[in-house]
Design a protein around this ligand. Structure first.
Ligand code: FMN
Ligand code: SF4
Length: 405
């Protein structure tokens, strides 16, 4: 039985600073201040922590680039936009342990010499934005931001409300949104660590990624590596919804079989499939439910963990209808900046509508596959590049005769 790490205060949330410190909080920040920025980044690198926002990029490497940047002005951004359908673990993380998240932000700012921190919270998460704002103010009033800002001043933390679009979670679109423009992605390179927010070196991390940092500092890099697998150290939060008895957020060490998570979430009935990794993820069928939930385990089955969303579907579900809903989501959320995605997501949706109604022809599947290739190869950002991932996995499954309806 796994005892929770990130969600350890779930039953008794520490939403005031006194309670947080009384339950061991701020030990990570203390340690970071003792060993200095360079060693702090080294510990994060050695722990093997990778981003939980979907891309799985090594956090220490990102921080090191910003720490060693030439420009004295640089930023840290916390990505709490969480707009992927079926994903709600960052909201729970903030709700249960806002100070743990903020302690991670302070350590990140200290390690990268950030001159200011921005916290970008999904527009609909008003309560969580207010909570973070209040907790940041408490930390400031108690002097914990002192000396973390430029030239020994207090660090400024700004909480921003998200622009209400899925694309605003993409890092470069998020920067544009903070800057006051439409949330439209920019081509990379340059990468954010070189020219990010306001074209300054910027480290950006997901809420769950950052919540790991205080414990890495206080318990050591080897501690994180003692959990999970060699290539996926640590624990993961999963947002589980759909045809399960106990939908919610679950924490497990990496490497646990998918079936175990489904059991925990009360998936009693015989499931047809799950959508793993959110709207941009892949359909996974029962013959793969023994898959270890780790980055490498998913990769071996041509799946993706994404940000850890799982939506379960029973045998009554028409998965083409699910794909049509996903297609509608992507067509609606495409920012329209580049043709493969702007036009491709619309054409994809039209074809999925026909398939969901049962009047799609075989040629439509071929066309969907070719369209998917173009969108994946030629779209500017991750939205267009992954808008057809789930559809492709469904076509493969249909070919293998795995669909019930
Ligand atoms: C369309 C799109 C939406 C995204 N939405 C989010 C999001 O809501 N939250 C998030 O942390 N990352 C999101 N990402 C990933 C971010 O661009 C970025 O990789 C992440 O914030 C980096 O943090 P990490 O290294 O800690 O994962 C999104 C990416 C794309 C392409
Ligand atoms: S891929 Fe889609 S969302 Fe991304 S920049 Fe192009 S049009 Fe916008």
């Amino acid at each position: 039985m796994h005892s929770p790490v990130l969600l350890r205060r779930q039953d008794a949330p520490a939403r005031d600073l006194e309670a947080y410190i009384a339950s061991g909080g701020l030990a990570g920040l203390k340690k970071a201040r003792e060993i200095g920025p360079e060693e702090t980044v080294r510990m994060v690198t050695d722990s093997g922590l990778v981003g939980r926002g979907g891309a799985g990029f090594p956090t220490g490497r990102k921080w090191e680039s910003v720490r060693t940047a030439k420009d004295p002005e640089r930023y840290f951004v916390l990505n709490a936009d969480e707009s992927e359908p079926g994903t709600f673990k960052d909201r729970q993380m903030i709700d249960v342990d806002p100070f743990l998240v903020l302690e991670g932000v302070l350590i990140a700012c200290f390690a990268t010499h950030a001159t200011r921190a921005y916290i970008y919270v999904r527009g609909e998460y008003r309560r969580e934005a207010d909570l973070l704002q209040r907790c940041a103010a408490e930390l400031g009033a108690a002097g914990y931001l002192d000396g973390l800002g430029p030239e020994g001043h207090a660090l400024a933390i700004e909480v921003r409300h998200g622009g209400g679009a899925y694309i605003c979670g993409e890092e470069t679109a998020l920067f544009r949104s903070i800057e006051g423009y439409r949330g439209e992605p920019m081509s990379k390179p340059p990468f954010p660590t070189v020219a990010g927010l306001f074209r300054k070196p910027t480290a950006i991390n997901n809420v769950e990624t950052i919540a790991n940092v205080p414990d890495i500092m206080s318990r050591g890099a080897a501690w994180l590596r003692s959990l999970g697998t060699e290539r996926s150290p640590g624990v993961k939060l999963y947002s589980v919804s759909g045809h399960v008895g106990r939908p919610g957020v679950y924490e497990l060490p990496f490497g646990v079989p998918l079936r175990e998570l489904l059991d925990l979430a009360g998936a009693q009935q015989d499931l047809q499939a799950i959508l793993l990794g959110g709207a941009a993820g892949t359909f996974v069928f029962p013959q793969d439910f023994d898959m270890p939930l780790s980055y490498e385990g998913a990769q071996q089955r041509h799946a993706t963990l994404g940000s850890g969303a799982l939506i379960a579907f029973d045998h009554e579900t028409n998965l083409w209808r699910v794909a049509e809903r996903l297609g509608s989501f992507f067509a609606h959320e495409s920012c329209g900046q580049c043709v493969p995605c702007r036009v491709g997501t619309r054409r994809q949706h039209e074809m999925l509508e026909a398939l969901a109604e049962g009047d799609g022809r075989g040629s439509e599947r071929d066309l969907l596959v070719r369209l998917s290739q173009v969108m994946t190869d030629a779209s500017i950002c991750g939205l267009g590049q992954t808008a057809s991932t789930a559809v492709r996995s469904l076509i493969d499954a249909e070919t293998k005769g795995l669909l019930a309806v």
